[in-house]
Design a protein around this ligand. Sequence first.
Ligand code: PMP
Length: 417
Amino acid sequence: LDDRRLAAVRQDFPLLQSGGGSLAYLDNAATTQKPTAVLDAIVDYYRHANSNVGRGYHRLGLAATELFEQARETVRAWIGAEHPDEIVFTSGTTAATNLVAETLGRRLVGAGDQIVVTAMEHNSNLLPWRRLCEQAGAELVVVPVNAAGVVETADFAAALGPRVRIAAFSHVSNVLGTVNPVREMIAAAHRHDVVTVVDGAQAVPHRPVDVRDLDADFYCFSGHKVYGPMGIGILYGRRELFATMGPYQVGGGTVKGVSFEEPVAYQPLPSRMEAGTPDVAGAIGLAAALRYVDGIGWDALRAHDADLVRGAVRELGRLDRVRIIGDPGLDPSGIVSFAVDGLHPYDVGGHLDQHEIAVRCGVHCASTFLDSLGLVGTVRVSFAAYNTWSEVERVIEALGTVRPGFWTTEQPTTRFL
Ligand code: PMP
C-alpha cells in the first residue's frame, strides 16, 4: 500500500482516529479494528431491516432473511465453497471446532481410535479434541513443529494410520505467524481416509483461502479477526460429510416439525446447525468486512503484510537480546513473535504499553506450544491493513529502553492465558 492508499485505509477505521489516535495498535491477531463499512452495515441492519429470520411470513422478516442469506453467499464465494449450505454461521472459531468435535467427532471416534493435532494448536483447536479423546477412550497424537515453526508434511504423514479418524490443525500459527502446508497435509490425511478440520482463524485475514483448492473437509474462522464484528464466525463443511451430521444444539430453527409421537425430523443444512436466533447483524457485518478486504485487494494486502513482517524481522533481528521465534518471514502472515533475553514478556508488553504500543504478550492461548518451545511466553506484534512502518519503528525505539520489571524480578505465580 503506498502512502496515499494507506492514509485512506486508516481513515476507514474510526477507532484509529478517535480513542486510538496515538496508539500503535499491533494486536490484530487478537482482534482487528472495524472499518466504517462494517459499522454502518450493522447499524443499517438494526435501523432498517431488523426482524427475526427464517420465521414469520411478513415483509420485514423476509427482507432480513434475504440479507442473512446474502451474507452466507458472500462468505461462500469468498472462501470458494461450492454450496451455500456448506457455510454455517457460528459464534467464532471456538464454537466451530466444538461443533465438529461434538457431532461428527462423537460419532466417528471410539475407544482405541486416534485424533491427530499439531504441537502449535490454539486451545480452541486442541481442547475440544482432547476432551473428546478422554471421553471416548481415544488417543491424542501430537505432531511436532520444526525449528522454523512449521509442521512438516512428512512428520504429519508419519502420524497417520488406520486408527486415526480426525486430524485437526491450524493453517497459520497464532503464536508465530508461520504457515503450515495445509494442502499437502489434507492430501496426506485423505490417503488414510482421515477427516480434516483446519483452523483458519489466523489465515483468512492475510491470504486468500479457497477451501476447494485446499480440499478441506472443515475450515473455520472468526469474523472479528478479519475486520468483522465479534460474535460471528464460520464453519465450512464439505456437503457430503456435513449432511451426515446430526444437530449440535437443538431448538428453534433446527426442526421441520415436532410431535410427541413421532421422532424429531430436523431441517437440512445449514438451519440444522444454527439453533436459535442467529447473529444476523453479525453475519451482515462479516459480509461487509469480506467485501472491504476485497476492495483493498489481496495483492496489495499481501505486499503490505510482507513489507511489515520482513521489515520487522530485519530490524528486530538487529537488536541485542531480541530473539525472533520461528521464521515468520518465510511466508509472511501478519505476525512476528519474539523473546527478549533476560526479560519477561509481560514486562516488555507493559513497557510497550507505556509507549502507547499495543501488543500481545504471554502464551497466546497455546501454553502447550510455548512449553514445547521452552518459553514462558513471547511478545507478539501482529499487523493489519492499516498498520504503518513508523509503528514498527516505534516498537524498535521503545525496545531500546526496556528494563527488567515486576515479572522479570518476581517469579510469576500465575500467567495470563
Ligand atoms: N484459533 C486460532 C489460531 C486463534 O488465533 C484464535 C483466536 N485467538 C482462535 C482459534 C479462537 O478464536 P475465537 O476466540 O474467535 O473463537
